[in-house]
Design a protein around this ligand. Structure first.
Ligand code: 5GP
Length: 195
């Protein structure tokens, strides 16, 4: 996805050799034209799979999932990080270790939104150590639903998440894979890797 690589090169900020800030277009200010292209690309890559629901995690995954869902024509469910009185008591929940915040938090989804007959596509903005994706996969498993695949906008290929998921046989589609961010320069992997 050249369009995405261009945005990362133009507007992404390498905060450390491991953290890329994308708040100008992906997770604070939103470039809707880019999100639309991302949604279309996820749909193309998972065309061979039946998807009945998209699952993501608040907050940054929501915009990505919502726009992609217009192509898949299925509902989006987002896992909640913050306990709320409005959330049903009957939830699937799991612990996720946050790589960026260095803390463990719980994520929850009301049981009424994930069913054994669901074929769930997980979408998220970044794949780093894979903890968010594994947590969401755990919720899918608890529901007895089937995992259709995992779609990631930016995989940091120098961290463990991609290797972990692929070794587990997960159908993982990352729109771009970054191999290195040393000295502030983003190096993309040439061939976008898929399952
Ligand atoms: P993981 O669970 O794979 O270690 O990390 C994925 C989650 O951490 C994503 O949902 C994303 O919000 C956040 N994250 C990981 N690495 C980065 C990064 O380099 N930049 C930003 N903006 N978020 C990241």
């Amino acid at each position: 996805m050249q369009f995405l690589k261009d945005r990362i090169n133009e507007l992404g900020e390498v905060r450390s050799p491991e953290i890329l800030k994308v708040d100008r277009f992906l997770n604070h200010q939103l470039d809707i034209e880019l999100l639309n292209a991302i949604g279309r690309e996820f749909h193309k890559r998972f065309e061979d799979r039946t998807v009945t629901k998209i699952l993501t995690i608040e907050a940054s995954g929501i915009a990505i999932a919502a726009i992609a869902a217009q192509y898949f024509k299925v509902p989006v469910v987002f896992a909640k990080k913050v306990p709320s009185q409005n959330l049903d008591a009957d939830t699937f929940e799991t612990d996720v270790f946050s790589y960026t915040k260095k803390t463990t938090y719980k994520v929850r989804v009301a049981r009424k939104f994930l069913h054994p007959q669901d074929q769930v596509l997980i979408l998220d903005d970044f794949l780093a150590q894979g903890q968010a994706a594994v947590g969401l996969m755990n919720l899918v498993q608890q529901a007895g639903a089937e995992l259709a695949g995992v779609g990631i906008v930016i995989e940091k290929g120098f961290q463990e998440g991609g290797r972990l998921l692929r070794a587990d046989g997960v159908r993982l589609e990352s729109l771009v894979i970054i191999d290195s961010m040393k000295s502030g320069a983003v190096q993309f992997r040439e061939t976008e890797q898929s399952y």
